[in-house]
Design a binder for this molecule. Structure first.
Ligand code: KIV
Ligand code: ZN
Length: 549
């Protein structure tokens, strides 16, 4: 057997928390369709464990985790060697309380391989000010709740929150109790991204050496990026014996984010001679996963982001281009193809038929039902009329834009603008109320054409908000490139039912994304999508308040 395929490989398990810690990034809220699609893609990517959400946070979160457990958590898959492999482990986060643990179990129990992930803070500052518990009470709660979780599920992960700022001797004690009570994975969260690599690596080593029973459990790293050290800390953890890493796609997460999946995977792959460990990740799926998560969360990837940024494989300087032409390896340590990034190519044109279109989508990993296929095919034909070369990136953007829209209250029906050097930019906007089908028209003026459109929309929708981010990108090169607009808006009132466990705040920032060959239309669609999310959250909050929950 090829030693690379052998089961004697020393494997670091990849625990993906894009749908839980990642979704806690301001404005990254995902709807159920988007969560399911991302979970499917994570399974294809080869992640070992999917943390699908925080079931006790809201009935919607519980339902999303349950649907992922019932679908992705039961579908066998093909691993990176082409062998049949079991579905990923599906886990849900729970505070160390019976209520949360019950909700997590309810959500994950349908999966073939369920896990409950429970946590309790162990740092002096968290115990004293947040939990208002003594260290002795914390130890007792861990014993009780890990034991309770274990009575429900055979696979239990325990996290001492803020381990990075906890007293190591207290950590040994808490962890020994967690193991005794039945934990099978022990995670070491650097919750506030405070540690540096030499410290975090040593912490992992000390825990392995000093915690009774630690040899029988998997030690896991969970790092935040507040000092830009999440990847370095996680690699230090692996060097010191951790065999599970908690990561997110594109490194999204609270504040400066979490360790990024693609950085860890490609560091272990490219520098195998240093770490001598393997992962189960199919690296060719990295780029597609990054693109999907960025599209659905509205979190744009910075161009110079390692591995998945738009410039990660681009060479601008003449001296670099010259070297690259002479020998590819002069300035490139990885092949773009390894992460699934091929040169965007002409895949279809306006004469392509439905069959060729379906085959192309299947090769890209999309299986659409007849209704969705018809809709996307119609959009493709419209696009092919405006743009000669429709590339795989265009198709991917179009699918995201067409199929995974949040529930719509309003739809953009028509936009007309008048702008130039000597006129005040004005816009006429026509919106459709989706529930009634009625059309409403109004006009606005502003500092530019996009602002004028937004003012017109505001007059019709009437929801106070502030635009906090506006990013416009071209999906491919060329004068006829498709415009891709991402925006974030902040609601002027608190909306949403989810009091996030970490920050204790409701959701206030909403993202929207729109694509079109006309950038003003793309901007209008993006704004409409963000406003629809805001309206849905407002309605959810109002119904919860009315029920007195
Ligand atoms: O950062 C953190 O401490 C967490 C835990 C809940 C694992 O996300
Ligand atoms: Zn975290």
């Amino acid at each position: 057997m090829d030693p690379a395929v052998s089961d004697d490989r020393d494997v670091v398990l990849i625990f993906d928390t894009t749908l839980r810690d990642g979704e806690q990034s301001p404005g990254a809220t995902l709807n159920i369709q988007e969560k399911l699609e991302i979970a499917r893609q994570l399974a294809r990517l080869g992640v070992d464990i999917i943390e699908a959400g925080f079931p006790a946070a809201s009935p919607g979160d519980l339902d999303a985790v349950r649907q992922i457990a019932e679908s992705v958590g039961r579908e066998p898959r093909i691993d990176k060697f082409g062998r049949a492999a079991p579905p990923p482990v599906i886990t849900g986060l729970a505070r160390a309380s019976q209520n949360d643990i019950d909700a997590a179990w309810e959500a994950v129990k349908a999966a073939d391989r369920p896990r409950i992930h429970t946590f309790l803070a162990t740092s002096p500052i968290h115990m004293e000010h947040k939990l208002k518990m003594s260290p002795e009470q914390v130890v007792e709660r861990v014993r009780e709740m890990v034991g309770y979780a274990r009575s429900l599920c055979p696979d239990i992960e325990f996290s001492p929150e803020d381990a990075g700022r906890s007293d190591p001797r207290f950590l040994y004690q808490v962890r020994a109790v967690a193991i005794e009570a039945g934990a099978t994975t022990l995670n070491i969260p650097d919750t506030v991204g405070y540690t540096v690599p030499v410290e975090y690596g040593q912490l992992i080593r000390d825990i392995r050496e000093n915690t009774p029973g630690a040899k029988n459990v998997v030690i896991s790293c969970h790092c935040h990026n507040d000092l830009g050290l999440a990847t370095a800390n996680t690699l230090a953890g692996i060097e010191n014996g951790a065999r599970q890493v908690e990561v997110t796609i594109n490194g999204i997460g609270e504040r400066a984010g979490n360790t990024s999946l693609e950085e860890i995977t490609m560091a272990l792959y490219t520098r195998h001679q240093v770490y001598e460990v393997d992962t189960n990740i199919t690296t060719q799926e990295i780029h597609r996963s990054s693109d999907m998560v960025s599209r659905y969360t509205g979190m744009v990837v910075q161009p110079n982001k390692a591995i998945v940024g738009a410039n990660a494989f681009a060479h601008e300087a003449g001296i670099h281009q010259d070297g690259m032409l002479k020998h590819k390896r002069t300035y490139e340590i990885m092949d773009a193809g390894t992460i699934g990034l091929s040169q965007s190519k002409l895949v279809l044109g306006k004469h392509s038929g439905r069959h060729a279109f379906r085959v192309q989508l299947e090769q890209m990993g999309y299986r659409l039902d007849e209704k969705d296929l018809t809709e996307v095919f119609r959009r493709f034909k419209d696009l092919a009329d405006k743009k000669k070369m429709v590339t795989d990136s265009d198709l991917q953007a179009l699918i995201g834009d067409e199929l995974y829209q949040p529930p719509e209250v309003w739809q953009v029906e028509d936009v007309q603008v008048n702008c130039g050097t000597t006129v005040i930019p004005t816009a006429v906007v026509r919106l459709r109320n989706v529930a009634t089908g009625e059309l409403f028209t109004d006009a606005g003026f502003g500092t530019g054409p996009v602002d004028a459109v937004y003012q017109g929309i505001n007059r019709l929708v009437g929801v106070p908000n502030k635009l906090v981010e506006f990013v416009i990108q071209a999906i491919d090169q060329g004068m006829d490139a498709v415009g891709d607009v991402t925006i974030r808006i902040e609601s002027e009132e608190l909306v949403g039912t989810v009091e996030r466990a970490q920050g204790g705040r409701g959701q206030r920032i909403f993202s929207g994304r729109g694509i079109d060959t006309d950038i003003v239309v793309a901007s209008a669609k993006a704004y409409m999508q963000a406003l629809n999310k805001l309206l849905a959250a407002k309605e959810e909050r109002e119904s919860v308040v009315a029920l007195g929950v």
